[in-house]
Write a protein that binds this ligand. Structure first.
Ligand code: MTE
Ligand code: HPA
Ligand code: MOS
Length: 777
């Protein structure tokens, strides 16, 4: 049985041996051309003209296209307002305004240097503050409210207020945005895209080119990472490649360089959140008011949903008896910010984790006490600020067990001692939590479809809308289907995702890829299994199944489904112990003209949230976890290292614990990078300076915690999801926040009674500046 087993990732051998095929590994076809987008050298203003005549004459250049060559130039996942290529109004620096086509990439890069622009520049809005001042808001979220926050605030023993600020984050997938478009007969286009959302890519290519949807197929074999960055933003690049394929009737390949990708595409949303908290002497939170501002960048993209999710996660793991939470998306002249692992959840949860550190410093108690006291309980204090009652959310257990397992109390004393005696070094220790809501908050996206084809040798091909980006969704679906049929996982293959097999799909996002597509695949496989059981039942009943008579039509009511066990490639009729091999039964079915293929549609039940009232059930269930991180800071330089991290997660009954362990460690490190070293630098014109790995610092192996323990609790109670599992992709990203709260905790030892206040990322510069604030006291 393959559920719950550590079968290897379906691309593990391919990835390490270099045989996995990514977009740019596809062999060049005869006549294929290369496509290079050209960005504008200004963040705001009006584009009057592009002078590309010289570039067109440069060696190796074949053609150039601009906005006017597109049938339809405006796109947007939620709000249709963003140009594929700038027509006149400029949104941000390096926004693509035209494309060059040629046969040699180096020559294209040289030709790009020859292009000049006439731009009537305007003042660029480059910060959240500037956007707030201009009141240029794209979206207002909330309010979500509960209790009577004003009354709670008025009568509370203590109040603190402040501003929490966090920066953006580059996705840093190893494969940049990439697409090849092939022109087919009758004007059809087939695009192979590195996209989390093949359906949106198909749709945008069709619209941009003036084709109907049935003229376009989008195929996604895999991505070299997506992390949210290819949920919406793969599509416009596919449209550019497709435009070239259509105009020139040649295959067209668009592969962004790392630098172009970093400069042209959106990132995680920076947030600036204004908060006001009321609490008692014990640190019990009595009320929270928070106004969140997200930097949406130039266009709407997914910003509204991201801000909604930030509001949904402002509670972190803690019960808010009285709250008033709202937010705005600010429009700026930055690249259009987009989905990134956690999708606003990290920016919400980090706010309360930061507030709790400040409450602890103010009350002069350990922040873990405040966390434990405010943590959601099982039977009381278990309703969120948006009215969803928590079920199967064992947060108190997680805190209790982690505290014991990581020897928190002993280590706290040791750290107190260390900090008293050491010169030039301080240590800190902090626990933070994740209670991540699983489901797309836009209800219609919680649907998927799958088709399962069983072949006569007993092997199976499965196709769903899920896209593989390294997270292991293919392997999980493989396990689900193999388990259903009782055959080895190696006999099941999950095929490339294609809109011609699975249409109207949702992006592989919101951590729900395996939840939704796995459930659809199971439903389809079950359909086949039922018919196979039916055939077996007829064999046993000695129904005439010879040359003349066939198996009677499937009759679900007459089927005694539970009597048939599918296990170890054998099907057993349990009451009589009669057995047929898996393949023999398939052949019986085939010769009786019983279908060995099935298509199924799945939708997540029980979801409903009203934006009008700010109340409802946006999530199917929650994935939970806690992490304790210990940091050591060099007080002379502000540099630090993570000494130890202990993670404890609730993943229900994991479908594949090994893959999930990889997701947990990877997400933690990515989260840690966001809050520590990954800082985006821009010049005063809004041009991204940190547009390559030489200037943008993602964690490397030495930055990972020296001691790194990852454990899962046993939780057999999640009936809300397939085989009792819980989604894993994004939730542990939020645990990286513990690296930042640990830094904040360490600073308390030097703060001389002040409340440490740092922004995120807490780069060594930020830490050093904060330390110098204490010295001036
Ligand atoms: N893991 C890898 N290796 N690469 C990725 O791009 N994306 C993350 C997460 N884990 C990602 C990843 C994000 S943002 C999401 S939403 C989920 O995977 C999506 O896949 P799932 O729903 O199948 O978990
Ligand atoms: N999460 C992730 N991606 C999404 C969502 C969501 O809630 N909604 C739309 N895209
Ligand atoms: Mo993930 S940010 O939902 O693609």
């Amino acid at each position: 049985m393959s559920i719950g087993k550590n079968i290897p990732h379906d691309s593990s051998t391919g990835h390490v041996s270099g045989t996995s095929v990514f977009i740019d590994d596809r062999l060049m076809q005869h006549g294929e051309v290369l496509v290079l987008p050209v960005g504008v050298p200004a963040a705001a203003g009006t584009l009057k003209a592009i002078h590309y005549e010289k570039a067109l004459k440069a060696p190796g250049v074949l053609a150039a296209f601009t906005a006017k060559d597109l049938h339809h130039n405006t796109w947007g996942t939620i709000v249709v307002e963003q140009p594929i290529l700038v027509e006149s109004k400029i949104g941000y620096y390096e926004e693509p305004a035209m494309i060059l086509v040629g046969t040699n990439y180096d020559q294209l890069l040289q030709a790009r240097q020859l292009i000049t622009f006439d731009i009537e520049k305007a003042d660029a809005v480059l910060t959240i503050d500037a956007g707030i001042e201009k009141k240029d808001f794209m979206y207002h979220a909330g309010p979500m409210k509960c209790g009577d926050v004003d009354a709670a605030m008025a009568s509370a023993p203590h109040r603190l207020s402040g501003i929490f600020e966090c920066g953006g984050q580059e996705h840093f997938y190893l494969e940049s945005q990439a697409c090849i478009a092939y022109p087919l007969e009758d004007g059809q286009i087939e695009v192979h895209s590195s996209s989390q959302h093949p359906t949106e890519t198909q749709h945008l290519v069709a619209e941009a080119l003036g084709l109907s949807l049935h003229q376009v197929v989008c195929v996604v074999k895999r991505m070299g990472g997506g992390f949210g960055g290819k949920e919406s933003q793969a599509a416009p690049f596919a449209a550019m490649a497709a435009l070239v394929a259509q105009k020139m009737n040649r295959p067209a390949r668009l592969i962004l360089s790392k630098d172009d990708d970093m400069a042209m595409t959106g990132k995680r949303h920076p947030f600036k959140n204004f908060w006001d908290v009321a609490f008692d002497d014990q640190g019990m939170i009595l009320g929270l008011k928070c106004h969140l501002y997200a930097d949406g960048g130039a266009y709407a993209d997914l910003s509204s949903s991201i801000l909604d999710r930030a509001l949904f996660h402002i509670d972190g793991a803690y019960y808010l008896p009285n709250a008033f939470i709202e937010g705005h998306v600010v429009r700026t002249n930055m690249y259009s910010n987009t989905a990134f692992r956690g999708f606003g959840g990290p920016q919400g949860t980090m706010t309360i984790e930061s507030i709790i550190e400040e409450m602890a410093a103010y009350l002069k108690i350990d922040a873990l006490l405040i966390r434990e006291r405010n943590c959601y309980q099982e039977h009381t204090r278990n309703t969120t600020h948006y009215g969803q009652k928590l079920e199967n959310t064992p947060l108190t257990d997680l805190f209790t067990r982690l505290r014991k397992d990581c020897e928190y109390d002993k280590r706290r004393l040791a750290i107190d001692e260390f900090n008293k005696n050491s010169q030039g070094k301080i240590r800190g220790l902090s626990v933070s939590a994740t209670k991540f809501g699983i489901a797309f908050t836009a209800r219609f996206l919680n649907q998927g479809n799958a088709s399962v084809n069983v072949h006569k040798d007993g092997t199976v091909q499965v196709s769903t809308g899920a896209t593989e980006m390294g997270q292991g969704v293919n392997t999980k679906i493989q396990q689900i289907v193999a388990h259903c049929f009782g055959i080895p996982a190696e006999q099941v293959r999950v095929m490339a995702t294609s809109t011609e097999k699975n249409h109207n799909t949702s992006p592989t996002a919101a951590s729900s890829g395996a939840d939704i597509n796995g459930a659809a695949a199971l439903k389809a496989a079950m359909g086949i299994r039922k018919r196979l059981a039916w055939v077996f039942q007829q064999v046993l009943a000695k129904a005439p199944m010879d040359d003349i008579a066939e198996c009677p039509a499937f009759d679900e009511a007459a089927l005694k489904f539970e009597e048939f066990e599918f296990k170890d490639s054998t099907v057993t009729h349990l009451p009589t112990k009669t057995q047929l091999s898996w393949v023999d039964l398939l052949l019986k079915a085939y010769f009786n003209r019983v279908s060995l293929g099935e298509y199924a549609h799945f939708k997540t039940e029980g979801l409903g949230y009203s934006k009008a009232t700010g109340k409802g059930t946006p999530f199917k269930y929650f994935t939970n976890g806690v992490a304790a991180t210990e940091v050591e800071i060099d007080t002379n330089t502000g540099e630090y290292k993570m000494l130890r991290t202990d993670i404890l997660m609730d993943l229900g009954r994991p479908l594949n614990p090994g893959i999930d362990r990889g997701q947990v460690t990877g997400a933690f490190v990515q989260g840690m990078g966001w809050v520590t070293s990954e800082k985006l630098y821009h010049n005063k014109d809004g041009r991204l300076l940190s547009h390559s790995p030489t200037t943008y610092k993602i964690p490397n192996v030495q930055d990972t915690p020296r001691v790194f323990n990852v454990e899962f609790i046993e939780n057999n109670g999640n009936t809300a999801n397939i085989h009792g599992s819980k989604a894993v992709g994004e939730p542990p990203f939020l645990l990286g926040i513990s690296a930042w709260t640990a830094i904040k905790d360490a600073l308390r030892y030097k703060a001389q009674g002040k409340i440490p206040q740092i922004i995120s990322p807490a780069t060594p510069e930020v830490v050093l500046m904060e330390l110098s604030r204490y010295d001036r006291a």
